[in-house]
Design a protein around this ligand. Structure first.
Ligand code: DX5
Ligand code: ZN
Length: 231
């Protein structure tokens, strides 16, 4: 698999979402940050907006649910047409059952870990998910400072994925920019979320391509092999 860029619309103009998404046509995914003011201290986008977005763009939606009780709510995002639905391990009661439900609805299933959440036990879940999201800021807000302290965890999860054959994607989210993406790629991430770096720019499409090139140039050997093999 090649590296992938998933701009977060958290930093887009919420009054003009369809237009904003049109400005990142070269991206691989539209990252949608769903927050409920319980799991995180912020309230953003919910199911009706995701349904409308799914109809307004050809890009697949990567829904990142920062919400309590994803067991109850996450399947609705798959039903709404999201290509990928990621829930937080800290919030899920039955992550295996939930991941299977999401896959059963035709979505990719992702599991997210906050910066301070340990990866112990994750190995045993890897066959059940399509992506692991490692938060590189505390979830809740865009434009926070990247937490380098998470990078060793990115490396550990990359190693765990590779031991299993490397089909699970490894996403980093939070503070990813042209300044930090190389460290993330080097540590083994292959899907990169960037909000303020993309939508804070006058030319979001150009930033997406710059991020992609930087990630490719510094891709972890395992990911780089996939990039070369895919060309
Ligand atoms: C944070 C969100 C991120 C955020 C990233 O809680 O999950 O997706 O939008 O924004 P930047 O790239 O500005 O840190
Ligand atoms: Zn996110």
């Amino acid at each position: 698999m090649d590296v992938q860029i998933a701009p977060s619309i958290l930093s887009a103009d919420f009054a003009r979402l369809a237009d904003e998404v049109a400005r990142i046509a070269g991206a691989d995914w539209v990252h949608v940050d769903v927050m409920d003011a319980h799991f995180v201290p912020n309230l953003t986008i919910g199911l009706p907006v995701v349904e409308a977005l799914a109809k307004s763009t050809d890009l697949p939606l990567d829904c990142h649910l920062m919400i309590d009780d994803p067991d109850r709510w996450a399947p609705g995002y798959a039903e709404a047409g999201a290509g990928s639905v990621t829930f937080h391990v800290e919030a899920a009661n039955a992550p295996i059952r939930l991941a299977r439900a999401l896959r059963g609805l035709g979505a990719r299933a992702g599991i997210a870990l906050n910066p301070a959440t340990a990866v112990d036990g994750l190995d045993d879940l890897l066959d059940e998910v399509d992506m692991v999201l490692l938060m590189t800021v505390e979830p809740g807000f865009g434009a926070q400072r990247f937490l380098d302290v998470v990078l060793p965890k990115v490396r550990r999860v990359r190693e765990a994925i590779d031991r299993r054959g490397g089909v699970v994607w490894l996403q980093v989210d939070g503070g990813v920019s042209l300044e930090t993406i190389e460290r993330c790629a080097d540590a083994g991430a292959d899907v990169f979320v960037a909000g303020s770096a993309v939508f804070g720019s006058d030319d979001p499409a150009a930033v997406v391509e710059s991020l992609r090139n930087a990630a490719r140039a510094h891709a972890h050997p395992r990911v780089a092999r996939a990039v070369d093999g895919g060309r």
